[in-house]
Design a protein around this ligand. Structure first.
Ligand SMILES: [Zn+2]
Ligand SMILES: [Zn+2]
Ligand SMILES: [Zn+2]
Length: 1001
């Protein structure tokens, strides 16, 4: 059997004297020993028959083979709560170095999904392993509770009722909704074994949290970061409210589609000489043509946008020249009635930049239309020239900002046009379409009009078509001057001081900070922290008065942000004076803050709340979407409020995907619900799956993988925990443990291997390389422990006298392995490790839960002898012995295949070796038969010193088969009292005879 030691599937290479269950891989301790079949009863001189099986040290343990995780984990959770485990751990680690993983708050609007489970389990691995490595590592889970998704859900529940409700009452409904899901998620996170301060989490909707958010806003406000400015938003004129993108639905709508000509004011020579020549010599005016489906926006028209890289042509018609995109020229000419016009010039759109046009009906003194360039101009419909109204479109607004165009909005909240010509002034926008078309006709500007049915945004609530409307919003300026630079440059500097893992994170967030526009922090919603600022009734300027602001902070800390919506807030500006106009009457602003601003304050909230919460935290661990979200807002809030980044390190897991690399999906049937897995297979399986994946990459979650993980779980449970425990039933380490130097060499060997494993595992926890731990431990359990050590020591464990030095040595090794692995696995296999911990022999002063213990050191695993591991001769001896073992097992297997022997114990092995092999074998002469699991080994010194210095000969073992241990020996029959057993077993039986109450029949 070459390679039994390193075989990837050791179950398939097990000895043939193993039971069928063992071959199937379901290794029970009973299956590990081959003596179950013993049924012999010996006659004894005293007449009392002796049942041989009862003299074998059969393994036994109450640690169940079947885990029943779905039933038993909730009981374990209950036990932890009774122990007040989290608090006890904190107490035990008091005064140690702090390690802070600051939790990113999930949004409280639904049950948890697999991505949440991955996130929280990884955090739990980090926190638990840091505590076990000797840090004081608290974990304070948080929840993000404000914001639009919850408000929309509540709006849907309330229906039309919401319009009649006061803001405060809507907030109460939203709070109930968030509380419900916070509580649900809290139970779900606990169910998969996450340990933390769950009964006092942080939540963005508590008075304390809200007061820190508003205090942080005031810090920005008073330090001059904040300004108000215009921005276009979706607007429902019927409900008189701004709408978020998510609140808009597309429905079919019929609009007028019109072609309108704008006459050029600029000198045509600056564009193209041929065009200019025709224009001048034939006295034909030059126009461009725009196409629009919203005639009501024409009063707000500020520019005509051309694509910079598309070709435009000048078409000469009977009495005018028209500039349109070449690709659309034919259809425009046909629609507008000059199909036989001729192209007289061609030039790129970029030539039109900074030209001027007359507005089709507003006088030149009042409106100059600027030629501008924009990439979003398409060649699908229209003319390739886009009428631009910065107050009524998102793209128009951006273009308007670039060309410094007026974005003031002349449409009021109810959708009525203000400051217009008498023909349409005061009309509701859609009613203004017709008069405006008439106006275009009377000015000779309308070339063509038709009806168009198209998909158009509607209000999800009242189903009226919505409009874009520029409104005032609050911004934080990225260019604000700060000590040592600007807000932006300081953020960029601090990014470099953070350890980003994976390393690409640094470039990603740097690029975002470098290019991000000013931060829009206002929302026209209800469910959030209000931008609690008073505006002057006289001049509408926001009041920045620190003494007023402090009063608001105090009010929020006491009564929560809800207080802003009550008359408690009204009097707070009393006595203040507007620095701008001297006014003394003020009105509350009702916008709320962007929720990212709120969660960005989470670290500031914990400072001073959790005792000695240090600045900054050691770690933030969240998905890649948080570069734009929480990593960003936390960085910006902290730099402005605290002068530096809130984190020393940031770790980013990949996405959870299905086996085809797509997002998990309920409708496709590929969704994996972690709570469902916990209820069917166990929370431990979810945890073990998280440990099994390389989380820095995108990870795959599927039912199949969960089932496979459950198989690995069973291996670890039974081949490690249950096997170890079942052989310690009569072992009290305080009395029975054997010193390292008195262990058999193979016991020393396996403990050295365990101590190397422990060092690796502890280092990998530090590197968050959990998948390496998973692989290494699984390999150790299946290959080194189960397929090698367990195999080699079974004779000693089962057939030696219970208290013999040899058996106690093997038990000592198993006990130390059990102690070490239970602790090393505790952060990942939190339930099973603590279960096994209860069954391990209890030494004085041992904590009641493995989660309060520390990681084992090499010295502990080696019984205090940390130098033993470095024994160079032992190391090289074992390399040699394991290789010789392979060379012996191969011919043994061949002999068995040929039928020369049955079980390997029926064989004897003759080794002929020359130095240096001989010296090694000589040193371990007495252990060789156990290493090969044969009855006899003879060793001879070979003569040669050539390359093949080892010869292996297999033959049938000499002597008779011992009825008790099944080894063959020429000395079976020597003992008068027990003639059917060997010279090793007879003394054991005599010893048992001499014990009081020895008749174990
Ligand atoms: Zn509406
Ligand atoms: Zn004022
Ligand atoms: Zn025997």
């Amino acid at each position: 059997m070459p390679g039994i030691y390193l075989a990837p599937h050791p179950q398939l290479t097990l000895e043939s004297n193993w039971t069928p269950e063992a071959r199937l891989g379901c290794l029970t301790p009973e299956a590990h020993h081959p003596y179950n079949a013993i049924s012999t009863t010996l006659e004894r001189p005293n007449g009392v028959p002796l049942d041989l099986k009862s003299t074998i040290n059969l393994p036994k343990t109450a640690f169940p083979m079947k885990a029943n995780l779905p039933q038993n984990e909730p009981k374990m959770l209950h036990r932890w709560e009774q122990l007040r485990l989290y608090e006890s751990i904190r107490q035990a680690h008091k005064g140690e170095r702090k390690y802070i993983l600051h939790d990113g708050p999930p949004y409280a609007n639904g049950p948890i999904h697999l991505g949440h489970a991955l996130n929280k389990c990884l955090k739990d691995f980090v926190v638990k392993s840091k505590n076990m490595a000797g840090f004081d590592a608290p974990y304070i889970p948080g929840w993000d509770c404000h914001g639009l998704p919850i408000e929309i859900k509540v709006d849907q529940q309330l229906g039309g009722k919401k319009l009649q409700m006061k803001a405060l009452d809507v907030r109460i409904e939203c709070r109930k909704y968030a509380e419900k899901f916070l509580n649900l998620q809290r139970e779900q996170f606990k169910r998969i074994g996450v340990l933390g301060r769950f009964e006092r989490p942080y939540s963005t909707m508590t008075p304390e949290y809200e007061s820190v958010v508003i205090a942080t806003f005031y810090k920005f406000f008073e330090d001059g970061f904040v300004y108000k400015g215009l921005r276009p938003v979706y607007w429902c004129w019927h409900d008189r409210t701004a709408l978020a993108e998510a609140e808009v639905e597309y429905e079919t709508h019929t609009s007028p589609a019109i072609f309108v000509r704008y006459r050029m004011q600029s000198d045509a020579r600056t564009i193209d000489l041929a065009l200019a020549d025709t224009h001048i010599t034939k006295d034909k005016p030059v126009y461009t043509i725009i196409w629009t489906t919203t005639p009501w926006t024409l009063p707000a028209s500020m520019a005509a946008a051309f694509h910079p890289h598309e070709e435009y042509v000048a078409l000469e018609a009977a009495d005018a020249i028209y500039i349109v995109a070449e690709k659309l020229a034919k259809s425009v000419a046909e629609n507008c009635g000059f199909a036989d016009a001729v192209a007289i010039a061609k030039f790129p759109g970029s030539a039109m930049e900074h030209t001027y046009f007359y507005h089709p009906f507003l006088p030149w003194e009042r409106r100059k239309i600027l030629g501008v360039l924009a990439d979003y101009v398409t060649m699908d419909t229209g003319t390739g020239v886009v009428h631009t109204a910065p107050s009524h479109g998102a793209e128009d607004f951006v273009t308007g900002q670039r060309y410094k165009l007026d974005a003031n909005c002349d449409v009021d909240a109810a959708g009525r046009i203000r400051n217009g010509l008498p023909e349409y002034d005061g009309l509701q926008i859609f009613q203004a379409n017709e008069p405006i078309i008439e106006l275009l006709k009377s000015h000779g500007a309308l070339l063509h009009a038709e009806k168009l049915e198209h998909s158009y945004p509607h209000c999800w609530r009242c189903h009226n078509p919505v409009i874009f409307r520029a409104t005032e919003q609050w911004f934080i300026s990225m260019e604000t001057a700060m000590p040592g630079g600007t807000f932006r440059s300081r953020a960029l500097e601090d990014i470099k001081k953070v350890k980003w893992d994976p390393a690409w994170g640094e470039e990603r967030i740097s690029n975002m900070v470098e290019t991000r526009p000013d931060w829009t922090i206002s929302r026209q919603r209800v469910w959030g922290v209000p931008i609690a600022v008073f505006a002057c009734d006289g001049c509408n300027q926001p009041l920045s008065d620190p003494s007023v602001n402090r009063k608001v902070v105090q009010l929020f800390a006491k009564s929560g942000a809800d207080a802003w919506y009550t008359d408690q807030a009204e009097g707070l500006a009393a006595g203040a004076k507007c620095p701008n106009c001297g006014g003394a009457a003020f009105t509350r602003e009702m916008d709320i803050l962007d929720v990212w601003f709120e969660s960005g304050c989470s670290y500031l909230v914990e400072i001073g709340k959790e005792p000695d919460y240090p600045w900054p935290s050691d770690l933030y661990l969240e998905g890649g979407d948080q570069y734009r979200g929480w990593f960003m807002s936390s960085l910006l809030c902290s730099i402005a409020a605290h002068g530096s980044a809130p984190y020393k390190g940031v770790v980013t897991p990949g996405w959870t995907l299905d086996e085809q690399g797509r997002a998990l999906s309920k409708s496709r049937g590929t969704d994996v619900d972690p709570v469902d897995i916990a209820n069917r297979l166990g929370g431990e399986i979810v945890r073990l799956w998280v440990a099994s994946v390389d989380f820095r990459e995108d990870v795959v979650g599927s039912e199949k993988l969960m089932q496979r993980t459950a198989e690995t779980y069973r291996d670890i449970r039974n081949k490690l925990f249950r096997y170890v425990l079942s052989n310690l039933f009569d072992f009290d380490p305080a009395q029975d443990a054997v010193a390292f130097e008195q262990l058999r060499p193979v016991d020393q060997y396996i403990l050295r291997q365990t101590s190397v494993l422990a060092d690796d595992v502890v280092r990998w926890y530090d590197e968050f390389a959990f998948h390496k731990i998973y692989q290494r431990v699984t390999n150790f359990v299946i290959v080194e422990l189960s397929a090698f050590y367990v195999d080699v020591v079974k004779d000693r464990l089962y057939t030696f006298a219970p208290k013999s030095a040899g058996r106690r040595a093997a038990q000592t090794a198993l006990w130390r392995i059990g102690e070490a692995l239970t602790r090393l696995l505790a952060p990942i296999m939190s339930f099973t490790s603590d279960e096994a911990w209860q069954y391990l022999p209890k030494l004085e002063g041992r904590p009641g839960s493995v989660h309060m213990a520390k990681f084992p050191t090499s010295a502990e695993i080696l019984g205090g002898d940390s130098i033993a591991r470095e024994d160079a001769q032992q190391k090289s001896d074992w390399t040699t012995l394991l290789s010789i073992r392979d060379q012996v097992l191969k011919p043994l297997e061949e002999a068995r295949a040929k039928g020369e022997i049955g079980k390997s114990l029926e064989a004897q092995v003759k080794l002929t070796a020359s130095d240096p092999l001989y010296a090694v074998l000589e040193r371990h002469r007495d252990d060789l038969r156990y290493l090969f699991i044969v009855s006899q080994v003879s060793l001879e010194r070979g003569s040669g010193n050539g390359s093949s210095s080892l010869q292996v000969e297999i033959s049938r073992a000499a002597g008779e088969k011992c009825e008790r241990c099944w080894n063959y020996s020429i000395r079976v029959g020597e003992d008068a009292k027990y003639p059917t057993v060997c010279e090793r077993c007879a003394p054991v039986l005599h010893e048992l005879d001499s014990e009081p109450g020895a008749s174990k029949s």
